[in-house]
Design a binder for this molecule. Sequence first.
Ligand code: SAM
Length: 235
Amino acid sequence: MDNTRPAQTDTRRLYGRRLGRPLSGARLHALETLLPRCQFPIPEKGHSDPRTAFPAQIDHLICEIGFGDGDHLAEMMKRTPRHGYIGAEPFINGMSALLKQILDEGIDPDHLRVWMDDAIALLETFTDQSLDEIYILNPDPWPKVRHHKRRIVNQDNLDLFARLLKPGSPLIMTTDLDDLAEWMVTEASNHPEFAWTASSQQDWKTPPENWIETKYERKGKMAGRSQTYLLFRRR
Ligand SMILES: C[S@@+](CC[C@H](N)C(=O)[O-])C[C@H]1O[C@@H](n2cnc3c(N)ncnc32)[C@H](O)[C@@H]1O
């Protein structure tokens, strides 16, 4: 397998730039130290079991799509270090921020595999029922109507998530934008393989127990916006 070959990605599906501010020395160090060790190998063709990419024994596999600065992912790893974690984030700034936390906080990198590109391109290579949880926290909004088809929560990607999640497994999505919340509820509710667990407004306006805030969530709250928490289960 060639770990260094870039994925074939339609960059129009990604929102904004891949490199923002120049990286600090500490972030560059974390990237150089951990990326070669943690980056997901690209399967040659067909489907493969993502567990085989981990040197550690993995019984429960969690995927976070678009992890931003990685606060949520790193905190999950600290709380439940025995699980396996796959994080996808195309921005090198976000990737280096996550890897710096892994290095600084002594989190075991053998339980982490990362992908610095479009998450969908990676997930398409996984075998059926290989994931136990998927998180999509504050996905890019693509606010213009003509760009709505680029939103990551859509019927094609829900087909993929349904293929990958084990029966009963959660798909957890958040946003602080009403329009996007409505879009994600409609898309997931219309998908035959997903069931919404909410029974009242309190369920989607209250964070699940032991919730870990993301950076966007914190910033949104400081600006007066409230977060919507959407928990769907694979039927
Ligand atoms: C609005 S930010 C939210 C970041 C983080 N989840 C949070 O809540 O703080 C959305 C993130 O999704 C990432 N992203 C966008 N499209 C993606 C894709 N196709 N695959 C993986 N990540 C993606 C972006 O680079 C960005 O970091």
